[in-house]
Design a protein around this ligand. Structure first.
Ligand code: AHR
Length: 700
């Protein structure tokens, strides 16, 4: 542990408050229009083409139970010590003599546990129920592929009855929920004494957000079952192991520049043995072995002991998702450190990887007790997996998974949210080994969990000395902090390392507080801050809100950008802020000025501007953080080819506490209107508490 560890996560785990300020800014008297000068004829830096992206982490049931639409929880009975998590014997096993987890002649060496059911006599209750992820969301008339591996043992079991049904009365303890209305039924027959995969399509007669899967034996005797799956046919691009369509659509609609994955602290694990290992997440889905999810018990107030990672959504799928939504993949890799908020375990730096030692890529190590070399080799292999030819060992694995073309990986992150000398002494050899083999890969490095303080300063100084390409800064703070820090990057160096605002979100109460809300106050304050990112296009090249997804019944961390249940999803006001910045990122930064010496945010007016050279428009972003409407004149200095009609997109609410919800998903959502442009002095009235994007036809 560092001698002085940052306090942010400590607040997170102990629940201490970081005070946010809610409430309205003092109302401004209606005055003459404020003039905002946009220096169209003095363009600044190009806007990074990957400026606004996505941060994905499997937190809040974001993967299993979320983006990854497998409906069966714990399909392979592989969870150590909890082999029946998600499964309950019907009526407390009244119809069964026994149900056990067994490893006798399993279907594969990695998937080497399965369920064995024994019934002394035929009984309609001889079986198990799978509860899904807080139930199973199924839609009337849609197709769901049920598949299972079965092997008949002693006795005369002639089949497996498969029933998709609504959950009945909820129970506690080992007794399964009772059965509700039947939604679909099938019977599998033709069992043999060898493992065989059976598949049948279920078509529910009704829609249910909380269905369950009931499996019962036909006849008496013993039946082995494994890899039980119920998967919607309706997936993104109709892929067999595809992703949930409504969630991918929300992501794609943002036109994200990049997708950061798989996290987040999940990269690190609470211990090194629980770290995320990408190699365990590729290949045959049935052979991927689940791992505990580090968020399961992190917060006592949102304890989720049944939270595991199935890795059905693994690195291949992340790359594919990036490609599908047009985002650059940004995998973040473990740097040989377990989470410093938890065990702080470290992989030793051996002489071959110490700065100045031989090239790490040539060194060897064993994963049982991994040294830093293991982690470096994983990174090198990942680049080969993503970009290598079919003739390379790891490239061949990608090709075998059905993607002959390279994924064109350009970025990797070394470490998630690490700090202290332990990070820097691992980062340096890691970065050098990657650069030695892959000089064109851009490396993202970590500035730690706090956006300021001694550890932040030391990390930043050293990373700049090491000529780090992109430094990842994180900030979770009050809405007020976001507004007050709109000028954060104004005095950053214009040369050398660039900034990735890799995780940020305004917190209404405190970091980690279960009472945080995705209020309009948080979103409008983030918009105010983001005008500062945009103004500093020469320094800030990537930005992503975090976390991205949360299940309304299974979350650990709030606020989050997109919320969902088993059937529905919605974007928060924060989602729409991110989306508007992304869709209107333009191509070249244009300097803006309220009046000589005025700071961004003076009188609670925040602004930035870009030229969009692709469409021939000047794009001005304005945040009016006040309870009054505000007339404004946008003075476009030196603009050419001015058009006649502009487009305004407005996100606004008089109520800073307003939120979106599953029932009111568009309570705060962008509204478009057109406005007249009659000269280079464009007049417009900003709504109270609004974020407005003006697209004005005109060139630089
Ligand atoms: O976004 C939630 C967590 O916040 C991330 O996992 C971690 O990087 C940060 O501490």
């Amino acid at each position: 542990m560092p001698t002085s560890s940052p306090t942010r996560f400590a607040q997170l785990t102990t629940g201490l408050a970081l005070c946010g300020t809610l409430g309205l800014a003092p109302a401004l008297a209606q005055t003459a229009p404020t003039t905002l000068t946009v220096q169209v004829n003095k363009p600044g830096a190009p806007v990074s083409p990957v400026m606004y992206g996505l941060f994905f982490e499997d937190i809040n049931f974001a993967a299993d139970g979320g983006l990854y639409p497998e409906l069966v929880k714990n399909k392979s009975f592989e969870i150590q010590g909890q082999h029946f998590i998600g499964w309950n014997a019907i009526k407390g096993a009244a119809g069964l003599q026994a149900y056990t987890v067994v490893s006798d002649k399993p279907i594969s060496a990695t998937n080497n546990h399965f369920a064995r059911l024994t019934a002394a006599r035929a009984n309609p209750d001889a079986g198990l129920i799978n509860e899904g992820f807080r139930g199973m969301g199924v839609k009337q008339g849609a197709d769901y592929t049920f598949s299972v591996y079965l092997r008949r043992g002693a006795g005369n079991v002639s089949g497996l009855n498969v029933t998709l049904e609504e959950q009945g009365r909820q129970s506690s303890g080992p007794v399964a929920a009772t059965s509700g209305k039947t939604l679909a039924q099938a019977q599998i027959t033709g069992l043999t004494n060898e493992w065989k995969k059976y598949t049948v399509v279920l078509k529910p007669t009704g829609t249910a957000a909380k269905a369950q899967l009931r499996l019962t034996m036909e006849g008496a005797g013993t039946l082995d079952l494994d890899v039980v799956s119920l998967f919607p046919k309706d997936t993104w691009k109709n892929r067999e192991n595809g992703l949930r369509t409504d969630l991918v659509q929300l992501l794609k609609d943002m036109q994200p520049g990049f997708l950061r994955f798989p996290g987040g602290c999940i990269v690190e694990g609470r211990t090194l043995s629980e770290r995320y290992q990408w190699k365990e997440t590729i290949g045959d889905v049935a052979a991927r072995v689940p791992l505990i999810n580090r968020w399961n018990m992190e917060f006592k107030h949102r304890s989720t002991p049944d939270y595991y990672q199935s890795f059905g959504l693994g690195f291949f799928e992340y790359f594919q998702l990036s490609e599908d939504i047009g985002a650059e993949p940004v995998p973040i890799l473990n740097v040989g450190m377990a989470c410093q908020f938890n065990s702080s375990e470290l992989a030793p730096v051996t002489s071959s990887t110490a700065p100045g030692g031989p090239n790490a890529a040539e060194a060897h190590s064993h994963d049982d007790d991994p040294t830093l070399e293991t982690f470096i080799q994983d990174a090198l292999d990942l680049v080969e997996f993503a970009n290598g030819p079919a003739s390379s060992p790891w490239g061949a694995k990608r090709v075998a998974m059905g993607h002959p073309a390279p994924f064109n990986l350009k970025y990797i992150g070394i470490g998630n949210e690490q700090w202290g000398p332990q990070y820097l002494e691992r980062y340096e050899p890691f970065m050098k080994a990657v650069k030695a083999k892959y000089p064109n890969i851009n490396i993202v490095s970590s500035a730690g969990p706090s956006p300021d303080g001694d550890l932040f300063d030391k990390a930043t100084t050293r990373l700049r000395e090491l000529k780090a390409e992109v430094i990842d800064e994180h900030y979770y703070a009050s809405p007020e902090w976001f507004r007050q820090n709109a000028g954060r990057y104004d005095n950053y160096p214009t040369t050398g390392s660039k900034i990735f605002a890799g995780e940020y979100a305004a917190q209404t109460v405190a970091i980690g507080s279960p009472d945080n809300k995705n209020s309009w106050d948080t979103a409008i304050s983030e918009a105010a801050f983001m005008t500062g990112l945009e103004r500093n296009a020469d320094k800030v090249v990537m930005a992503s809100y975090a976390p991205m997804l949360a299940h309304v019944d299974a979350w650990q961390w709030t606020p989050d950008m997109i919320w969902f249940d088993n059937l529905r999803s919605y974007g928060t006001p924060n989602y729409y802020v991110q989306k508007l910045f992304s869709l209107n990122k333009g191509t070249t930064m244009l300097p803006v000025q309220l009046s000589a010496g005025a700071k961004n945010g003076q009188d609670n007016l925040f602004s930035s501007a870009v030229a969009d050279d692709k469409t021939g428009e000047i794009v001005v972003k304005l945040v009016n953080y006040s309870a009054s409407a505000r007339p404004i004149t946008v003075s476009l200095q030196g603009v050419k080819k001015l058009g006649k009609t502009g487009k305004a997109t407005v996100l606004a609410s008089p109520d800073l506490n307003a939120v979106n919800s599953l029932d009111q998903p568009m309570n705060i959502a962008p509204k478009d209107a057109s406005f007249k442009v009659s000269s280079s002095n464009v007049t417009y009235t900003l709504a109270p508490n609004s974020f407005t994007v003006l697209r004005i036809p005109g060139k630089r």
